[in-house]
Design a protein around this ligand. Structure first.
Ligand code: NAD
Length: 457
């Protein structure tokens, strides 16, 4: 996918290769004494490109973690950050572990030890390398990592900026947990503001009411499904998860399904469904308007791509469509909104969190009340001049100053809209660009190349 786009650019000799390869990957094998013996774990932290520092990328806990995967995901982070104009290079980390095999105390010891190994090599550092949550990790793990960093670098005033996705009471930011799913919603809203693009998928009309299938009801999939169903009135007609897939033509109750999944560890047995399919992967091929793979990579491959019915696929997960499948989908007239854009909401709000940590002040704290009193003056004067009264509801909405959550959402929406508009422009104005993914790569590779050029490389 990278080469397809890079071939369309007139890059300086050798620069394509420099951008493509991963700068470095650190592999660590460490032991933790647990359950009466030393258990050895394998972890990675890969830096793809440090044209802009710090480098940024999540830490994943999964049995599937290996060097190739971490490097591919680190590369994706470089392109993602460049595309949404977040001033970071790309990185990624992972631990080959099934978090469910260990209890919370054990997991804390393992995470802290892994963090120790990375911190002592500056592979976690607020000015050099800033991790975030990914599959199998969340704010709990980020809080342990931040605390480990503080214990080792006791005089670093920027310590809490060493990792993002932390809990609120540990320097996190409102709206981070939901950010990636929220970004998927904003991406879809922007897509549906471009009738030509909607038509390219053979769809018509607005986002409202479109039938959606979601794979993975974890952090990203749950929030995307929740916002799309609650706010855009899109029925979630199927959810594919561990243990199979559940379907309901008039839309699943996402809150109830998530509660069931949390309690039972599977969607099987969920009473609010009218159909159940044990082989979840088959449901990717069911009829719907929008397919949202939000679980793992390589779920749409050469093998099943031709059978995918959804005209629009938005890659909420990283790499759910393989390069071979991408070609087949393109030939079949499907539109794929690529991962590098679609799930960039997470890193965007991580960036806001990092800025908040460095400035040590909550967004909106200085101006919120000032904004409110300013708006109140206008309301009072208009009421005095006209002798009429605004409704209480309007007054409340209008006078309200922006708090942190409102500002985060506004910054995220602006980022998602802006990046889509740039991709749209490239897609529509260049004959050689036949899809949004190539457009996204063109923009981000160009930005990284320009950054290297400015550095004199
Ligand atoms: P998560 O661990 O919270 O959720 C993943 C969900 O997918 C789990 O509920 C799991 O049961 C389910 N799942 C796993 N394998 C499955 C399969 N074969 N079929 C169906 N369901 C399956 O992870 P997450 O944070 O939601 O991340 C999901 C994807 O989004 C990953 O690709 C990740 O790299 C990407 N992503 C996450 C973020 C973020 O902020 N969390 C940001 C950008 C990209």
């Amino acid at each position: 996918m990278f080469s397809k786009a890079a071939g369309l650019l007139d890059l300086a000799p050798g620069l394509e290769e420099k951008i493509r390869v991963c700068n470095s990957t650190y592999t660590v094998r460490f032991g933790v004494k647990l359950r009466g013996k030393i258990q050895t774990f394998v972890g990675y932290r890969s830096v793809h490109s440090d044209h802009s520092e710090p480098v940024k990328g999540g830490i994943r806990f999964s049995m599937g973690v290996n060097q190739d995967e971490v490097e591919a995901l680190a590369a994706l982070m470089s392109y993602k950050c460049a595309l949404v104009e977040v001033p970071y290079g790309g990185s990624k980390g992972g631990l080959t572990i099934n978090p469910n095999d260990w209890d919370v105390d054990e997991l804390e010891r393992i995470t802290r030890r892994f963090a120790f190994e990375l911190i002592k090599r500056d592979l976690i550092n607020p000015s050099q390398n800033v991790p975030a949550p990914d599959m199998g990790t969340g704010e709990r793990e980020m809080a342990w990592i931040a605390d480990q960093y503080k214990r080792m670098k006791t005089t670093d005033i920027n310590a809490s900026a060493c990792v993002t996705g932390k809990p609120l009471n540990k320097g996190g930011i409102r709206g981070r947990t939901e950010a990636t799913g929220r970004g998927v919603q904003y991406a879809l809203r922007e897509y549906f503001r471009h009738p030509d693009d909607v038509k390219a998928a053979g769809l018509s009309g607005a986002l409202r009411g479109k039938r959606v299938i979601v794979q993975g009801l974890g952090n990203v999939g749950y929030h995307a499904a929740k916002f799309l169903t609650e706010e855009d009135k899109c029925p979630i007609v199927a959810v594919i998860e561990r243990g199979g897939a559940v379907m309901r033509e008039d839309g699943l109750d996402i809150e109830a399904l998530r509660a069931h999944l949390n309690e039972h560890g599977t969607v099987a047995g969920f009473e609010g469904a009218d159909r159940f399919e044990e082989n979840g992967a088959l449901v990717l091929e069911e009829d719907c308007d929008i397919l949202i793979p939000a679980a793992i990579e390589a779920v749409i491959t050469r093998e099943n791509a031709a059978r995918i019915k959804a005209p629009l696929i938005i890659e909420a997960a990283n790499g759910p469509v393989t390069a071979g499948a991408d070609e087949i989908l393109l030939q079949a007239g499907k539109v794929v909104i690529p991962d590098m854009y679609a799930n960039a909401g997470g890193v965007t709000v991580s960036y806001f969190e990092w800025v908040k940590n460095l400035s040590r002040i909550r967004f909106g704290r200085m101006q919120r009340r000032q904004e409110e009193s300013h708006n109140q003056i206008l309301i009072d004067e208009l009421e005095r001049m006209t002798g009429q009264k605004f409704t209480e509801e309007f007054k409340q909405q209008y006078t309200q100053g922006a708090d942190e959550l409102a500002l985060v959402r506004s910054g995220l929406d602006d980022t998602m809209r802006g990046a889509y508009q740039q991709m749209h422009e490239v897609w529509r104005s260049n004959d050689k660009v036949d899809d949004l993914r190539t457009a996204a790569y063109l923009i981000s590779i160009r930005r990284i190349a320009d950054s290297y050029a400015a550095l004199g490389l």
